[in-house]
Design a binder for this molecule. Structure first.
Ligand SMILES: Cc1cc2nc3c(=O)[nH]c(=O)nc-3n(C[C@H](O)[C@H](O)[C@H](O)COP(=O)(O)O)c2cc1C
Length: 245
């Protein structure tokens, strides 16, 4: 499955933007956003500088990630740690947007949003893209993650995911590696008008020792696949945030 996904990724990466093109387009978008009080798309891209001060043509995107498990022994949290470690090689900066402390969403909150929910919505709106790392619970999305998405989506007209590039990934002890949960998640993100990374899909079957507690991936093929998946998300963000020509 990993090999097939890697093949699909190569297809996705076959048409890179011209050197510098992405950065130029993003710079224009940043200017537009600065002038847009609604801040519909918040691009917080930075440019990379190497040790001798030369500027790279790649843009570093700030990406928030949600972990759909609050288990103290979560294998999806382990996966998220692996992604955080690999992210710089994909010109992404990954930081968690916590969801465990969110109150259960209620329409009663729409008139006066609880502080935790407001902070969560602001965090989603502030990043260039969102990665959702999810377990599969009973062939669907865990409640804690669904609650976070519902919270982000309201009040009506203030959907924090609108236009926000997203990518879903997950790991399971089961052989199909969260595939069914991810399909449900894609359906939700689609309704939230969040442009999703379509390919490659990333269903990880967690085997003993595949990812350590600290997020080190012990299998080279898996590490290479995760890195290529992150790079595909970088390309997806760049394309999504580029102005339509
Ligand atoms: C309530 C519950 C439902 C589960 N349902 C599924 C399932 O539908 N598919 C699956 O592959 N694993 C399922 N599992 C097993 C999970 O893959 C396993 O518990 C995994 O460790 C959960 O991810 P986490 O460690 O990040 O919380 C389920 C586990 C729980 C506790």
């Amino acid at each position: 499955m990993l090999a097939a996904a890697a093949d699909m990724l190569q297809t996705a990466n076959r048409h890179p933007s011209p050197a510098g093109g992405i950065t130029q387009r993003i710079s224009r978008r940043r200017t537009e956003c600065a002038a847009d009080p609604a801040g519909y798309v918040s691009v917080q891209a930075q440019r990379l500088h190497d040790p001798i001060g030369r500027t790279s043509s790649m843009t570093v995107y700030n990406v928030g990630f949600l972990v759909g498990s609050i288990s103290s022994t979560s294998i999806n949290r382990r996966l998220s740690k692996a992604l955080v470690k690999l992210a710089p090689q994909a010109d992404l900066s990954l930081a968690e947007i916590p969801i465990a402390g969110l109150p259960f969403y209620s329409a009663d909150h729409d008139a006066s949003i609880p502080a935790e929910a407001a902070e969560f919505k602001r965090a989603i709106e502030a990043v260039d893209g969102v990665v959702l790392v999810t377990p599969e619970y009973n062939r669907s999305v865990p409640g804690v993650l669904k609650n976070a998405l519902d919270t982000a989506s309201r009040p009506w007209g203030q959907n924090s995911f609108a236009g926000k590039p997203s990518a879903v990934i997950g790991t399971s002890i089961g052989a199909i590696g969260t595939a069914v949960a991810q399909q449900h998640l894609r359906s939700i993100l689609s309704f939230l008008a969040s442009p999703e990374l379509a390919q490659p899909e990333a269903y990880l079957h967690m085997t003993e020792g595949l990812i350590t507690e600290d997020g080190d991936v012990t299998n080279d093929d898996t590490a290479a696949f995760l890195l290529s998946w992150l790079r595909a998300f970088h390309t997806h963000i760049a394309k999504t945030l580029s102005p339509v020509s």
